[in-house]
Design a protein around this ligand. Structure first.
Ligand code: X8Z
Ligand code: ZN
Length: 608
């Protein structure tokens, strides 16, 4: 439940707090439905109960994430357990409508109800309790994680991430990389048990395992979805291969070919990101035409002394320029913008749609960087989606599919062109030259193209774990096999099954499915292409900003308002005219850079 609330995942059964007593919701579980209850009446009751229950779950989750203690673990686990009990009871009751001829809305609501948890729990009460506690603890362990060096100097994750982003000292990078991964081995046994329990829960809901259940959330069969994701990856893989080749060569120049062998995978700690997932922080090494065009938003944020709130205001203004509403007053008083000094919190950014989307919040530990500004735009994309679908019934309060939720804010960041940044005073001026275009494309590609194989493999690892193809004694090996195969990276120090490197990535202990981000990275370019047409943009896609376009904003918002009330193919068609996800937009977008990369890579032997 919590994951819907927080990250507004595929089925954002929005949370809101109200007066539903514990009694009401639990009683519902054991009630045999009155034979007179029609399917439509059942759905209406499910919506009403969900609305009430979500209030409690949302409050417990928020407090847990912004105040990690043993006490909040008990509160959050209890709320999660209560939701799980309600959910499995309702799914059982819904079985009576199987095979009945129902109207589309009712059928869809019942189907969505069945998928309405990312953490399916066994019906057995003791196991349900055990799973709720394990899931709560795993995320808490991640949130409270830190690494203390030999001098007993400790760093938390944001601090270690700073080292990875900014240091160019091989050994210092190795220590930060390895140090953060010390948080994960204690998760290993708990994770193994979590896998057993969620699989039992998924099987009680009629799925082979949790991976199959996750793949079932895309308005097509799990097998079709797996194929679809594979098709999209094949479409974009050539872009990644060119980027990898060039980045490896440049890193070889900086660190030496002994450290970065030119025919093998890249050491994972040299790419500017703790998980090697987005590489924008090594732009200084990769800048094609040094000094051409000022893209240094970081220094503007510092010299103009932007506060976290001002950074959020800047993002809000973009959405408002599209004709979308201002964020509610409570957003400003209830959000967590900065890391509290006196307690452990989950710093990983998230957006919350509490009280049925009336109580919008973000939870971040904002730093004064351009990267963080873009994360704020990303999170507000979630909030605007949550606000837009708040008038849908609770079972339809979610995104068309989980990738849509992740793509909204990212689509908006594609409009943060040099011209836009200059217009709002975040860079001095927008240079127009061909060299400036390539520089900016490089900066974008280091994040957007580098991310693609990472976005794809995280769930592939989990699909393997849930299906049993990757056994517990091979968790780490399976992880690194995939990291190397997909991303062409390797760990900088030897790893073994005493490690549990997947646990050092938020979405694994937090149980958030990840294919959504892979899909979002493709969809956002597709959305942008259509929005730019609507906005009347002329010229290449990369130079388009929809800032200030009410026409584009209206069409965008209309898609958001429909939530998950219809299959995603319908939502996509309304905005883009096509019913298929398609990578040609991202390929077109980066066409200029591909020309540059191919030239640079001439004579090199690429691949690993
Ligand atoms: O988790 C996130 C967002 C919250 S939904 C900050 N992202 C993924 C990640 O950090 O791993 C955004 C991009 C990928
Ligand atoms: Zn997100």
């Amino acid at each position: 439940m919590k994951y819907f609330v927080r990250i507004a995942a595929s089925l954002a059964f929005a949370a809101s707090l109200g007066a539903c007593s514990q009694q009401d919701a639990t009683e519902a579980t054991d009630t045999t439905p009155a034979p007179t209850e029609t399917a439509a009446e059942f759905v209406a009751r499910a919506n009403a109960e969900l609305e009430e229950l979500s209030k409690e779950t949302g409050a417990a989750e928020w407090v847990r994430s912004t105040y990690i203690t043993d006490d909040t673990a008990i509160i959050a686990a209890a709320a999660s357990e209560k939701y799980a009990k309600w959910h499995s009871g309702m799914v059982k009751q819904a079985l009576q409508y199987e095979g009945q001829d129902l109207d589309d809305n009712t059928r869809r609501a019942i189907d969505l109800l069945k998928l309405g948890t990312s953490l399916p729990t066994p019906a057995d009460a003791a196991k349900r309790k055990e799973l709720a506690m394990i899931a709560t603890e795993l995320e808490g362990m991640y949130g409270a994680g830190q690494y203390c060096d030999a001098n007993k100097e400790c760093k938390n994750l944001p601090e270690l991430e700073d080292v990875i982003a900014n240091s160019r000292d091989y050994d210092e990078l190795t220590e930060a990389w390895q140090g953060w991964r010390t948080v994960a081995p204690p998760m290993r046994d708990k994770y193994r048990r979590y896998v057993e329990l969620v699989n039992e829960g998924a099987s009680e809901l009629g799925y082979g395992d949790l991976g199959e259940m996750w793949r079932a959330g895309f308005d097509m069969s799990p097998a079709e979805f797996e194929q679809e994701a594979g098709r999209l990856w094949q479409q974009v893989k050539p872009l990644y291969d060119e980027l990898h080749c060039h980045v490896r060569a440049k890193l070889g120049d900086v660190y030496g070919a002994d450290k970065v062998p030119q025919d093998g995978p890249i050491p994972a700690h040299l790419l500017g990101n703790m998980w090697s997932q987005e590489w924008g922080s090594i732009y200084d090494i990769m800048e094609p035409y040094p000094g051409v065009a000022d893209l240094d938003v970081d220094s503007t944020l510092k010299t103009k002394e932007f506060s976290p709130q001002e950074m959020v205001r800047n993002a809000e203004s973009f959405y408002v320029s599209l004709g979308m509403p201002r964020l509610p007053d409570t957003f400003w008083t209830r959000s967590q913008f900065t890391k509290p000094r006196d307690r452990d919190v989950v710093c990983h950014a998230s957006a919350w749609g509490l009280d049925g989307g009336n109580d919008l919040r973000i939870k971040m530990c904002i730093k004064q960087t351009y990267e963080e500004l873009r994360v704020i735009y990303h999170e507000l994309g979630h909030n605007y989606y949550q606000g837009a679908y708040k008038d849908q019934p609770p079972l339809f309060q979610g995104s068309a599919h989980s990738g849509f939720h992740e793509a909204i804010g990212d689509t908006v960041t594609l409009s943060m062109t040099p011209a836009y940044l200059a217009e709002v005073g975040l860079v001095a001026e927008a240079a127009q030259s061909e060299q400036a275009v390539i520089n900016r494309q490089m900066q974008m590609a280091l994040d957007k193209i580098a991310f693609l194989p990472f976005g794809k493999l995280i769930d592939e690892w989990r699909w393997g774990v849930f299906s049993g193809e990757i056994a517990p004694e091979d968790y780490n090996k399976g992880w690194w096999d995939m990291r190397t195969r997909y991303q062409g990276i390797a760990p900088p120090v030897e790893r073994s099954e005493a490690d549990f490197d997947p646990g050092a990535k938020y979405h694994i202990p937090a149980n958030v499915s990840y294919t959504r981000y892979f899909l979002a990275h493709i969809l956002q370019f597709q959305f942008q292409r259509s929005l730019c047409e609507i906005a009347g943009h002329e010229g290449d896609l990369a130079s388009c900003s929809i800032y200030g376009s009410k026409e584009a904003g209206d069409r965008f918002y209309a898609m958001l308002e429909s939530g998950q009330s219809e299959p995603w193919q319908d939502a996509l068609e309304k905005l883009t005219g096509t019913r298929e996800m398609d990578a040609t937009a991202i390929i077109d977008y980066f066409a200029p850079l591909m020309g540059y990369l191919k030239e640079q890579n001439q004579g090199r032997s690429c691949g690993w």
